[in-house]
Ligand binder design. Structure first.
Ligand code: NAI
Length: 308
């Protein structure tokens, strides 16, 4: 299986590395606009192959999209990341042009590709890919919920003083500091609701720390995170490549699900060889429903700034 990763920066290279390390793809093509950059990253990663024991072939190109032809999956990470104090929404001006251009090049060379959108503001960039690519909606998947859920589990495990493998939890709605919806009511420790273990103060802290998870790292690192985003993308690519039918929260084009239409928002879905195999409808509390609708309104406002 061939995977293209556009943007060989922090997230793109990390995701290429995780994909290679898991050894399920025959080929990963890194694409970057910066002269020689993708070629260099690919060569460096290939020189880890004998050390890390993978056979995936990684190559790089400075925006020669003919090298990406017949990709099964393409990941879009090209664009600028936020700096400390910035919101993801502030990136729209530059990133929309990049994502639109990259999408056209990808689809021209791989008409049956499944696109995973990572560039921020991700829900709006996923919407842009839906509106401009001509691909069926099952083939466009935004990455946000997989990462935000991993951050939620990290915070839950910390508050519970439990190993992460004991904890389950999911984040849906928007991939933004305000629009993220960690489903606390459904979070469990070995099947037991976490509310059995945590008090209201701990609950509020877990939810808040999850929502500002990206901003916290941006402040510490001076730019946005890459290990967990890269790992989250690799899990999604593997679910497609290995037809795992894995349930992952992703930003998908909604058509009435969760009461919303003509918008990309994070919802749980079964991901397999065709991309989105099914959107899973889970019952939300009244409070969660209201928060989901609020997040939709905010994303719709950002989408309004797009020019097609
Ligand atoms: P980065 O700056 O390290 O890498 C971005 C790369 O894209 C650069 O190497 C740049 O040369 C390249 N690029 C720019 N325009 C291009 C074009 N037209 N064609 C090909 N390559 C192009 O940034 P980083 O940290 O990798 O972040 C990438 C994007 O992913 C940002 O928008 C960031 O906000 C977003 N992000 C999204 C996450 C999510 O959960 N959805 C998580 C983390 C980052």
């Amino acid at each position: 299986m061939k995977v293209t990763v556009v943007g060989a920066g922090a997230v793109g290279a990390s995701c290429a590395e995780y994909i290679a390390m898991k050894n399920f793809a025959s080929e990963v093509v890194l694409v970057d606009i910066k002269e020689g950059f993708a070629e260099g990253k690919a060569m460096d990663l290939m020189q880890t192959a004998s050390l890390n024991g993978f056979d995936t072939k990684i190559t790089g190109t400075t925006a020669d999209y003919s090298k990406t032809a017949d990709s099964h999956v393409a990941v879009i990470t090209s664009g600028i990341p936020r700096k400390p104090g910035m919101t993801r929404e502030e990136l729209i001006g530059i990133n929309a042009g990049i994502v639109k251009d990259v999408t056209a090049n990808l689809v021209k060379n791989s008409p049956n590709v499944i696109i995973i959108v990572v560039s921020n503001p991700m829900d709006t960039m996923a919407y842009l890919v839906h509106k401009t690519s001509g691909l069926p909606k099952e083939r466009i998947i935004g990455m946000g919920g997989a990462l935000d859920s991993a951050r939620f589990k990290y915070r839950l495990a910390e508050a519970l003083a439990a190993p992460i493998s004991d904890v389950d939890g999911m984040v849906i709605a928007a991939h933004s500091d305000t629009g993220m919806l960690p489903l606390y009511s459904k979070a469990t420790r070995n099947g037991v609701p976490v509310s059995e273990f945590l008090n209201d103060e701990q609950k509020a802290s877990v939810i808040e720390e999850t929502k500002v998870g990206g901003a916290t790292l941006t402040k510490l690192l001076g730019t946005s995170a890459w290990y967990a985003p890269g790992a989250a993308v690799s899990v999604m690519v593997q679910a497609i490549a290995c037809d795992q039918k894995k349930m992952i929260p992703c930003s998908l084009m909604l058509d009435g699900e969760y009461g919303e239409s003509d918008i990309c928002l994070g919802v749980p879905a079964i991901i397999g060889k065709n991309g989105v195999e099914k959107i899973v409808n889970i019952t939300l509390t009244e409070e969660e429903k209201a928060k989901f609708a609020e997040a939709a309104k905010a994303v719709r406002d950002v989408n309004g700034d797009l020019k097609f």
